[in-house]
Write a new protein. Structure first.
Length: 280
């Protein structure tokens, strides 16, 4: 295989093949599918620090949305000034417009490796034995657009994968909107005249971008579709974990605020506060 992905594909082949061999006595024909899932989870563990950083960036962007909207209204006729002001705001907050896209971009090489792995009849000069494995009788190297037909067994298996992916996309988009609203809540309360977060272009991206996964799955082998499903499920779990963490942090901060305000000042007792007992 003469390409820049030659070495990664060889490494992925040996890893997935090894996992398949280990899991075959337990899972039988589903061993290769389980190996792909395990491979995907290992990739996501490696990317987790960047994923959490991207989620923090998205939360910051949601919090800044009212300020960005105010800048757009103020400098609507001065595009260059608007760009400078927005860049300055992002710089002060330590984020950028594209902070939430890093995990998606970093996953492309891994998805490309999985795509090449299951479309290559030979890997490292030897037959690709992974192509002999299947899911419900459908070879893992099969494409949805190969012409088998929607009502055939391959077509039904692919439609099932698409339905699962669409369900995860819907959940991901819904959770993304909730996280955006939560992150922007305090800022929106402080600036009630500002437009709520998630409107405009950013809101459209939040709604549409997750469903791009279903489109990609229609053009890649079944094995890559399994990779996408596992990766999307992992992303959803990360979002849920991050959301719960943010809620607990805000609750703790809210509880600490009133408690601190009720605490008596150091060195002042009841007699001091009432004005009695003070020396004349």
């Amino acid at each position: 295989m003469f390409s820049i992905f030659g070495v990664p594909v060889d490494a992925a082949y040996h890893l997935v093949s090894g996992l398949t061999g280990v899991l075959t006595p337990v899972l039988g024909g589903l061993a290769a599918v389980a190996a792909i899932i395990a491979f995907t989870m290992a990739v996501r563990v490696l990317l987790m620090p960047l994923s959490l950083r991207a989620l923090r960036g998205q939360a910051v962007q949601a919090r800044l949305a009212p300020q960005l909207q105010a800048l757009r209204q103020r400098y609507s006729k001065q595009p260059e000034r608007l760009q400078r002001e927005m860049s300055a705001l992002y710089k002060r907050e330590g984020t950028s417009l594209f902070a939430g896209f890093a995990p998606l971009l970093l996953q492309w090489p891994f998805l490309s490796v999985m795509y090449l792995l299951f479309r290559s009849p030979q890997v490292a000069g030897k037959p690709n034995t992974l192509l002999s494995h299947n899911l419900f009788g459908v070879p893992l190297g099969t494409h949805w657009l190969s012409g088998a037909g929607m009502l055939s067994t391959p077509g039904l298996v692919f439609l099932g994968v698409f339905a699962l992916l669409a369900g995860l996309c819907w959940l991901s988009a819904r959770l993304g909107r909730l996280m955006t609203a939560q992150a922007a809540g305090s800022q929106a309360a402080a600036t009630p005249a500002a437009t709520p977060a998630g409107t405009g272009g950013s809101g459209l991206l939040i709604k549409v971008l997750p469903y791009l996964t279903v489109v990609i799955a229609a053009f890649v082998p079944l094995a890559a579709g399994i990779y996408l499903f596992t990766s999307l499920a992992w992303s959803l779990a990360e979002r849920k974990f991050f959301s719960h963490t943010q809620i607990r942090t805000r609750s703790a901060s809210a509880a600490a605020g009133p408690a601190a305000s009720r605490a008596p000042a150091c060195g002042r007792g009841p007699a001091d506060r009432s004005g009695r007992g003070r020396p004349s």
